[in-house]
Every structure is written in structure tokens, then in C-alpha cells.
Design a protein around this ligand. Structure first.
Ligand code: SF4
Length: 115
């Protein structure tokens, strides 16, 4: 859901609150990004139902096509090496892997340059 549509629904009194399901799995920071006006930074759910197939058909831990660390956040953070030397980062490819690489590089921006 687009945050402006959510705001419109609330403003028009068509709903008392808005629930997000898969949108929060795709980007758990959706509410904070929307509140900060960073709508373009929201990683959108592409509605491919991979998450639902995992838990309802394949009976495996849930995964997400656009959020590769879902359900593994602590494990993922623990495995991220600390950056001790400033480096230039070039991300080639805009698929989920490339996008996540760019996200991580941006999170470490204090010590990395993104080319
Ligand atoms: S797996 Fe697909 S449908 Fe499920 S939250 Fe991620 S992008 Fe959305």
C-alpha cells in the first residue's frame, strides 16, 4: 500500500487504522520511512506470495523475495564483518541480491563510498 493512500483512507474516515501484512515483511521500516517522508526508500512487496508458499505449501521457514534477511536478522547482523578500512563499493545488478548489497553498503556509508 502506498502511504499516501493509507493517509487518505484515514483522513476520509474510511478506516480507523491501517494494517500492513506482507508490506512489513518486505520492509519492516515501512512506517518509519513513511513518517519521515522517505516513501521512495520503501522496499515494496511485489505480491509474488513466495512467503506464503514457504509456510503453507513447502512447510519451510518463511522467506521473502525482496527482503533476504527476514527471519534471520540477528544471524545476519552477527555475520556482517566490521568495516575497518574505507573502500569504494560498486554494485552491479539491480536484482534482490544487488539491492541488498547496496542497502548494506549504504548502512555502512560512514566508512564506504558507493560508486
Ligand atoms: S515474499 Fe513476495 S509476497 Fe511475500 S512479502 Fe516478500 S515480496 Fe511480498
Amino acid at each position: 500500500m502506498d502511504p499516501s493512500l493509507a493517509e487518505e483512507i484515514l483522513r476520509d474516515g474510511k478506516a480507523d487504522y491501517i494494517c500492513l501484512g506482507r508490506g512489513l515483511m518486505a520492509d519492516p521500516h515501512w512506517p518509519n520511512k513513511a513518517k519521515a517522508g522517505r516513501v521512495e526508500d520503501i522496499r515494496k512487496c511485489i505480491c509474488d506470495d513466495r512467503c506464503l508458499e514457504d509456510i503453507m505449501i513447502d512447510f519451510v521457514p518463511m522467506s521473502c523475495t525482496v527482503n533476504p534477511i527476514i527471519g534471520k536478522e540477528k544471524e545476519f547482523e552477527a555475520k556482517l564483518p566490521r568495516v575497518t578500512k574505507k573502500k569504494k563499493v560498486l554494485v552491479i545488478g539491480g536484482g534482490p541480491g544487488g539491492m541488498q548489497a547496496a542497502v548494506i553498503a549504504a548502512q555502512k556509508r560512514a566508512r564506504c563510498n558507493i560508486v
